[in-house]
Design a protein around this ligand. Structure first.
Ligand code: HEC
Length: 116
């Protein structure tokens, strides 16, 4: 029993480390840039959405759903397949903080905050 517990603890610890592994942001973004532009503010084809300025939580959810297959798109399912949770958080934060003509206010009629 003690051995089983120790083994389970070890497995859990290993998984946690793997989830937190993150590739350098420039490397991650470099792949995405081919379609979404370097800052996520270009759509290199009309079917490639603008990522810059979208809510971080939305981008994070979209990437998790592409990874799990819950959101189905042949291109993005492949792109997200090998992203760790930490990669997803870093990418979502990166695109959310980019300047963009695209802007979704948190509440209707709310003006864009100067520090946004
Ligand atoms: C080969 C082109 C291509 C590459 C490379 C690519 N994407 Fe995409 N991306 C798309 C397309 C096409 C869609 C629209 C898919 C759909 O309709 O659901 C999309 C959608 C998305 C969305 C959803 C946006 C929204 O408004 O719902 C996110 C987030 C995203 N991509 C992030 C990324 C990230 C991060 C990377 C790099 C790891 C990446 N993409 C690489 C083509 C690409």
């Amino acid at each position: 029993m003690r051995k089983t517990l120790a083994l389970l603890t070890l497995c859990a610890a290993t998984t946690a480390v793997a989830e937190e592994e993150r590739r350098p942001l420039e490397q991650l973004v470099g792949t995405c840039a081919a379609c979404h532009g370097q800052r996520g503010d270009e759509a290199l084809q009309p079917s490639y959405p603008i990522l810059a300025g979208q809510h971080q939580s939305y981008l994070e959810q979209a990437l998790r759903q592409y990874r799990s297959g819950e959101r189905n798109n042949a291109i993005m399912n492949g792109q997200a397949a090998n992203l760790s949770d930490a990669d997803i958080r870093a990418l979502a934060a990166y695109y959310a903080r980019q300047e963009s003509a695209l802007y979704t206010p948190a509440y209707p009629n709310q003006a864009r905050r100067a520090d946004d």
